[in-house]
Write a protein that binds this ligand. Structure first.
Ligand code: PLP
Length: 454
C-alpha cells in the first residue's frame, strides 16, 4: 500500500480527511445563484440555511479537509464499512469478472447517509443551532438526520414525501425512535405545502416540494437551519470516506477496479465511492471508468438538460447548474424513492458534461431482478436504490463474460432493503412495471427553467 494513502488513514483505517474533487477538476465549479436575484450567492446569503462550517466546505477548493475528532468518533461506530468480493454472484453469472462491493448498509440508519448527517449535525451544534428542518424521500435521509441529531442533542423536523410516508411506516417509526418529528409532504405546516394541497389534496409529493417545505421552515425560524442529504458539494465531500476506504481495501485484495459503479439519486453515494478514484485517475492517469446509474423513469443524467435550475419546486433554494428534468418534474411513484429527484449534484453534472464519468439508466424490473440474484447469492437484501448499481455491475460482468476477459468491478451497496419489503412484495406479486417517461413530459418541465444571465 502506498505511503501517501497510508498517512490519510488512522490506525483503525478510517480516513482522517475528506477528499475534495474540486482540487483536481480542470475547470472550477459554476457559480451558485440566488433564487431571488439570479446573482451569484455569497456565503452570507447562505447563513439562514446552513452553519458556517458547512458553507466553507461548500465553496472550498482545498484537496483534503480534516474530519473533526468528534465526527470521527461517531463514524467509528460503523466505519470503516466492509468491502467484500461477491464470489457467490460471480459463480451464478459464470463470469471471469471479479465483483467487489462496499457495504454502506452497516450504518445505524442502514445506508451511506449518516456519513454526512453526522458532520452536518456537528457543524450545526458548534454554531449554536437548536433545531434542523429537512426533507426525506425514501426515509433514509430523514432517519440518518434524526440519528445524528439525537447524538448531538438537536431537534429534527422531517418533511417526508407523501408516497414514502404511506409506503414506509417503519422508516417513520425509526425517525420517531431517534426523537424526530415527521410530517407527510405536502404538509399543512408551510405555505409551499398548503399551496400544493389546495391544488391537489391527493398529491403524492416530490423531493423538490419537500425541500421547499424544509427550507421555508428553516428560514422562518431563528433557531433552525436546513440540512440536505445529497446534491450539494459538502455532502459529496462527506461521502468520500467510502471511496478512500475502498481504495485501501482493494489494495488488500491486490486489485484495482476497471470500473466503479454507484446508483444516482442526487449523486452523493456515487460521488463518495467515485471521486477518490477519479481524483487518482486525473492525477495518476489510471484507466478506471466511473459509472452513475439512475432509474429509467427519472432519467436526470441521461435525458435531462445541463442547465441552471432551482433545487426545489417552490424556487426557494439556490439555482445551480446541473443535469435536470425541471424543478416542477413530478416523478412517477417508482419504488426506488431515493432516486426520484429532478436534479443532480452539480459536481457530478459538470464531470459528466466534461466527459470524466459515464451515466446509464436501468429499468425498475431489471433492477429488482438483480437485487434478488444478489440477495440469493450474497445474502444481503439490498435497498431498491442500490439495486440499480447491482444491475449495472451484473451487466458489466456479463459483458466481460461475452468478451471472455477478466474485469474488476467495484460497486457501492448504498444501503440495505429491510424497510423496503413492500416493494419486494409488489415485485414478487408482479405488480411492478417498467416506466418510460414520455419526451413531452421532460420538455414541459424544462420550459420552466430560470432565465439566467451571466
Ligand atoms: C438516498 C439513497 C440513495 C440516493 O441518494 P444519492 O445522494 O444519489 O446517493 C441511494 N441509495 C440509498 C440506499 C439511499 O438511501
Amino acid at each position: 500500500m502506498s505511503e501517501k494513502r497510508k498517512v490519510c488513514l488512522e490506525d483503525h483505517e478510517m480516513p482522517k480527511f475528506w477528499y475534495n474533487i474540486v482540487a483536481d477538476m480542470p475547470n472550477p465549479p459554476h457559480p451558485v445563484l440566488h433564487p431571488g436575484t439570479g446573482k451569484p450567492v455569497t456565503p452570507d446569503d447562505l447563513t439562514p440555511l446552513f452553519p458556517m462550517g458547512v458553507i466553507e466546505q461548500e465553496v472550498s477548493a482545498e484537496r483534503h479537509i480534516e474530519i473533526p475528532r468528534e465526527v470521527r468518533d461517531i463514524l467509528k461506530l460503523w466505519r470503516p464499512s466492509p468491502l467484500f468480493r461477491a464470489r457467490g454472484l460471480e459463480k451464478l453469472l459464470d463470469t471471469p469478472a471479479h465483483i467487489y462491493f462496499k457495504n454502506e448498509g452497516v450504518s445505524p440508519a442502514g445506508s451511506h447517509k449518516p456519513n454526512t448527517a453526522v458532520p452536518q449535525a456537528f457543524y450545526n451544534k458548534i454554531a449554536g443551532v437548536k433545531r434542523i428542518a429537512t426533507e426525506t424521500g425514501a426515509g433514509q435521509w430523514g432517519s440518518s438526520m434524526c440519528f445524528a441529531g439525537t447524538l448531538f442533542g438537536l431537534e429534527v423536523k422531517v418533511y417526508m414525501v407523501r408516497v414514502s410516508y404511506d409506503q414506509k411506516p417503519y422508516r417513520r417509526m425509526m425517525m420517531e425512535t431517534w426523537g424526530g418529528a415527521v410530517v407527510p409532504s405536502p404538509s399543512p405546516d408551510t405555505e409551499a405545502g398548503r399551496a400544493v394541497l389546495a391544488r391537489d389534496p391527493e398529491s403524492m409529493g416530490s423531493l423538490g416540494l419537500a425541500i421547499s417545505e424544509a427550507v421555508e421552515d428553516a428560514v422562518s425560524r431563528e433557531d433552525t437551519r436546513y440540512a440536505l442529504g445529497s446534491v450539494l458539494n459538502h455532502v459529496c465531500l462527506h461521502q468520500t470516506v467510502i471511496g478512500q476506504e475502498a481504495m485501501l481495501q482493494m489494495e488488500r485484495f491486490d486489485e484495482f477496479p476497471d470500473v466503479v459503479i454507484g446508483c444516482h439519486g442526487g449523486g452523493s453515494n456515487f460521488s463518495g465511492i467515485a471521486f477518490p478514484f477519479l481524483g487518482d485517475k486525473i492525477r495518476n492517469k489510471t484507466n478506471v471508468r466511473l459509472v452513475a446509474v439512475e432509474p429509467f423513469s427519472c432519467p436526470t443524467l441521461t435525458r435531462g438538460s445541463f442547465a441552471f435550475d432551482y433545487g426545489d419546486t417552490a424556487h426557494l433554494s439556490p439555482i445551480v447548474k446541473m443535469y435536470t428534468l425541471g424543478a416542477s418534474f413530478m416523478p412517477p411513484g417508482i419504488h426506488a424513492g431515493g432516486l426520484r429527484y429532478h436534479g443532480a449534484a452539480p459536481l457530478v453534472s459538470q464531470l459528466l458534461n466534461e466527459g470524466f464519468i459515464e451515466a446509464r439508466s436501468v429499468h425498475q424490473l431489471e433492477s429488482f431482478e438483480a437485487a434478488v440474484q444478489f440477495a440469493r447469492t450474497e445474502g444481503i437484501i439490498p435497498a431498491p436504490e442500490s439495486s440499480h448499481a447491482i444491475r449495472a455491475a451484473i451487466d458489466e460482468a456479463l459483458e466481460a463474460k461475452k468478451e471472455g476477459k477478466k474485469r474488476v468491478i467495484l460497486f457501492n451497496l448504498s444501503g440495505h432493503g429491510h424497510f423496503d419489503m413492500t416493494s419486494y412484495e409488489k415485485y414478487f406479486a408482479g405488480q411492478l412495471a417498467n416506466y418510460v417517461l414520455p419526451e413531452a413530459e421532460i420538455e414541459k418541465a424544462l420550459q420552466e427553467l430560470p432565465k439566467v444571465d451571466l
